[in-house]
Design a binder for this molecule. Structure first.
Ligand SMILES: C[S@@+](CC[C@H](N)C(=O)[O-])C[C@H]1O[C@@H](n2cnc3c(N)ncnc32)[C@H](O)[C@@H]1O
Length: 244
């Protein structure tokens, strides 16, 4: 069966020229994204987000920063009757997501746009999900995203965010590893990578309770970490909040 997958461009004229940080940091690396994601074990992270979100049949979901669609497709594998819209500014990744959804014969709506404008009517969504994308969004965009999530969710609807974040202690351990030479670097490569990820300015915004605070400041009452994974690239947190 081939599904009809459309990509709707909902960018404003100004947004068409707005730069964004692509999934691999550089646009020319994007053809490698899915292979890298597989090797890096991101599928297992998505699975944890799918379990945390717990989407029910017929529910409406927007996947913010969906990239090549892997989280959306994981939700559809667990809950084929979910109605999912993937949102991302990257047309290349969205075309890849569309090809994958067509191959699997699943229905997926794809919207080209930014996290600050969630493509949904007020109070219409059961879930907003997002994986490894919030650290790609700048300060103003993050705040706008959190407020727009509150607008778009129905009362009782939940936002589930998976991203690098939470306690900085592991990153600090790595930061304080002293030594030189190739043997030292190789031995401590995972910690060094973790440290680089944790100390990069975009990820630093998420550290400690950065995501929880973002959602609480937007007006979510119960924002909290519901799960975390000690991934080799850094601590990954799952933060969830419900619209009251
Ligand atoms: C590391 S990728 C994660 C993709 C996917 N969610 C996954 O788990 O594989 C980060 C994504 O955030 C998207 N992104 C960057 N800036 C954004 C913005 N302002 N709003 C929404 N998405 C954005 C990128 O285009 C990219 O697809």
């Amino acid at each position: 069966m081939t599904a009809d997958i459309r990509i709707l461009d909902q960018r404003t004229p100004e947004e068409r020229d707005r730069p964004f940080l692509p999934g691999m940091g550089k646009a020319w690396l994007m053809p490698l994204y899915d292979a890298f994601s597989r090797v890096a074990g991101v599928r297992a992270l998505h699975q944890r987000a799918v379990e945390a979100a717990d989407v029910e049949p017929g529910q409406a979901v927007v996947d913010v920063g969906c990239g090549t669609g892997n989280l959306s497709l994981a939700i559809l594998a667990a809950q084929p009757d979910a109605r999912i819209t993937g949102l991302d500014p990257d047309g290349h990744s969205l075309r890849r997501a569309a090809r994958k959804a067509r191959r699997r014969g699943v229905a997926l709506t794809l919207v080209q746009g930014y996290a600050n404008r969630i493509p949904a009517e007020d109070a219409s969504l059961d879930h907003i999900v997002s994986s490894l994308a919030l650290h790609h969004v700048d300060d103003d965009g993050r705040v706008a995203f959190a407020h727009d999530a509150l607008r778009a969710l129905r009362p009782g609807g939940t936002v589930t965010i998976l991203d690098f974040g939470g306690s900085t202690s592991h990153a600090e351990d790595a930061h304080h590893q002293h030594g030189h030479g190739p043997a030292h670097v190789l031995r401590h490569l995972p910690q060094l990578l973790r440290s680089r990820v944790a100390h990069s300015p975009p990820v630093a915004r998420n550290l400690d309770d950065g995501i929880v605070a973002l959602l609480a400041e937007a007006g979510f009452d119960d924002a909290r970490e519901v799960d975390h994974v000690d991934h080799r690239f850094g601590r990954v947190t799952i933060v969830q909040a419900t619209r009251t």
